[in-house]
Design a protein around this ligand. Structure first.
Ligand code: URA
Length: 211
């Protein structure tokens, strides 16, 4: 457990895949594949306390009541563009989920988050939102995205990432103390450009091979 409202996902499979992703010479396709696989594993933890409803079913032997998740109640909201890298893996295990998008870019001078796109399901008030962004660095984008989703009235909000910086976590929880951050690691610090150290570099560029 970390100092703030964060859950460290320390499962060896997650840690192993994260180590491979950090390696600088890993290919774009391998990096993308690993992000997809980690997303599936994170989904397991993220949905641990999602409500279930008992339904009547028939096994080959008899009738019984058994629990089901209402997948449609879950909304994944990737922060564009790196958040998209976590989306398909999450959808693979929760295929009925709805998907919203928030587009934010980092102003390279102020490091502040600038919104350029937002599309969320209309009836978000009845749904549990999981915000996706592999890197919680300064926390500005995370704060801006969660501000928007809260304004829209989501029933609950969680935040999923691969790496968090201590500064970003503190910044995020100063604004949204009740939103649990699920992360595979909390790294040492941010550098002067807002990159996480030791980190894994620019997640969007590594996912899409743009640099
Ligand atoms: N965004 C990234 O992709 N990497 C970082 O280290 C910080 C923000």
């Amino acid at each position: 457990m970390s100092p703030s409202n964060a859950r460290l996902i320390q499962h060896p499979l997650v840690q192993h895949k994260l180590t491979l992703m950090r390696e600088k010479d890993r290919s774009t396709s391998s990096f993308r594949r690993l992000m997809h696989e980690i997303a599936m594993l994170l989904a397991y933890e993220l949905t641990r306390d999602i409500p279930t409803i008992d339904v009547e079913i028939e096994t080959p032997l008899e009738r019984m009541r058994a629990p089901l998740i209402d997948g449609k109640k879950i909304v994944f909201v990737p922060i564009l563009r790196a958040g998209n890298g976590l989306l398909d893996g999450m959808l693979e295990v929760v295929p009925g989920a709805r998907v919203g998008h928030v587009g934010l870019y980092r102003d390279p001078h102020t490091l502040g988050a600038v919104e350029y796109y937002c599309k969320l399901p209309d009836d978000i008030a009845n749904r549990d939102v999981i915000v996706l962004d592999p890197m919680l660095a300064t926390g500005h984008s995370a704060v801006a995205a969660v501000d928007r989703i809260r304004e829209a009235g989501a029933r609950s909000i969680r935040f999923a990432c691969l790496l968090a910086a201590p500064e970003g976590l503190a910044n995020f929880h100063a604004r949204h103390p009740a939103v649990t951050v699920y992360t595979a690691a909390i790294d040492r610090e941010l550098n002067e450009h807002g990159y996480i150290l030791p980190g894994l570099g620019d997640a969007g560029d590594r996912l899409y091979g743009t640099k």
